[in-house]
Design a protein around this ligand. Structure first.
Ligand SMILES: C[S@@+](CC[C@H](N)C(=O)[O-])C[C@H]1O[C@@H](n2cnc3c(N)ncnc32)[C@H](O)[C@@H]1O
Length: 269
């Protein structure tokens, strides 16, 4: 009972008290967005077809949704944060493009959607905080049409191991090493997170009937804010040519793919 009440309080706190940042304007977020956008544009171009129906679960202020909708695709963006959707609307208007915006939790919106109704589904740096992670992924696969593409950005196990060690939360390390979700320390409180290994992603894909096309690392030697690798390199502090070097370093070795801040998994249904 106490655990359930704590969980509910945290969901409410995440939804209503966080002041969202417009990530389309944040310099480090822009650097990471470019890595996502290059991979997404490449995959959608290979996929072919114009005017694709795309679902963005946890669209935030539209860092990914706005530039991809400018290619002529039809977006449905879901976010439970009203201020994020307000910023998304402003960014869509400024870019001269449109999307259907739904102010709901991803799961509440997904359960109302029909099977096979999207050509592509995105969850970029969004649902890893959700306790219903597996259920959300099941619904995302359900609403994706056969042959459609799924783009999920997962937190890696390596990220949370690094964060727990860097912050001295040694009591979280065993949980992170042995499981792929749980309550982790953040400041004075604990919050629910999900994190993945390559094996977890492959097993989830298999259970959802998806074929993995690629894994792309997002930030293997860098970070910002409270990320464990911020002290190594913060892309928000770099000039254009330095960012280019960092990007080459961060994408040069497949073995590092599961050591990033996130990993973008692209799969086909
Ligand atoms: C870090 S932002 C990422 C936004 C965007 N996808 C991007 O890459 O810039 C995460 C967003 O997901 C939203 N979010 C997280 N879990 C959600 C859920 N269960 N339902 C609806 N929105 C959610 C948050 O409100 C936030 O706007």
């Amino acid at each position: 009972m106490i655990k359930k009440t704590m969980g509910l309080m945290q969901r409410v706190a995440r939804r209503y008290t966080r002041v969202p940042v417009d990530s389309t304007r944040h310099p480090a977020e822009q650097y990471y967005a470019q890595i996502y956008l290059d991979e997404i544009r490449k995959r959608l171009a290979e996929h072919g077809g114009e005017g694709l129906r795309v679902l963005d679960a946890g669209c935030g202020s539209g860092r990914i949704m706005v530039p991809i909708s400018q290619l002529g695709h039809h977006f449905t963006g879901i976010d439970y944060h009203r201020d994020s959707l307000r910023m998304a609307k402003e960014n869509l208007d400024a870019a001269g493009t449109k999307a259907e915006l739904i102010e709901k939790s991803v799961l509440d919106a997904l359960v109302t959607m029909e099977d096979n109704s999207f050509d592509a589904v995105f969850a970029i740096e969004s649902i890893y905080v959700d306790e219903q992670y597996d259920t959300i992924l099941k619904h995302m696969a359900r609403v994706l049409r056969p042959g459609g593409l799924m783009f999920i950005s997962h937190r890696t196990r390596f990220f949370y191991l690094g964060k727990a060690l860097a912050e001295g939360h040694f009591d979280d390390v065993a949980l992170i090493a042995r499981h792929n979700h749980g309550m982790l320390r953040k400041g004075l409180h604990r919050f629910h997170y999900n994190w993945q290994t390559r094996g977890h992603i492959e097993r989830t894909n298999a259970s959802l009937g998806l074929t993995m096309l690629s894994l792309t690392a997002i930030g293997v030697c860098s970070g910002f804010g409270s990320d464990p690798l911020t002290a190594v390199c913060d892309p928000g502090t770099l000039d254009g040519s330095q960012k280019k070097v960092l990007r080459e370093v961060e994408t040069c070795d497949d073995d590092l793919v599961m050591t990033g801040r996130y990993v973008l998994a692209v799969s086909r249904k």
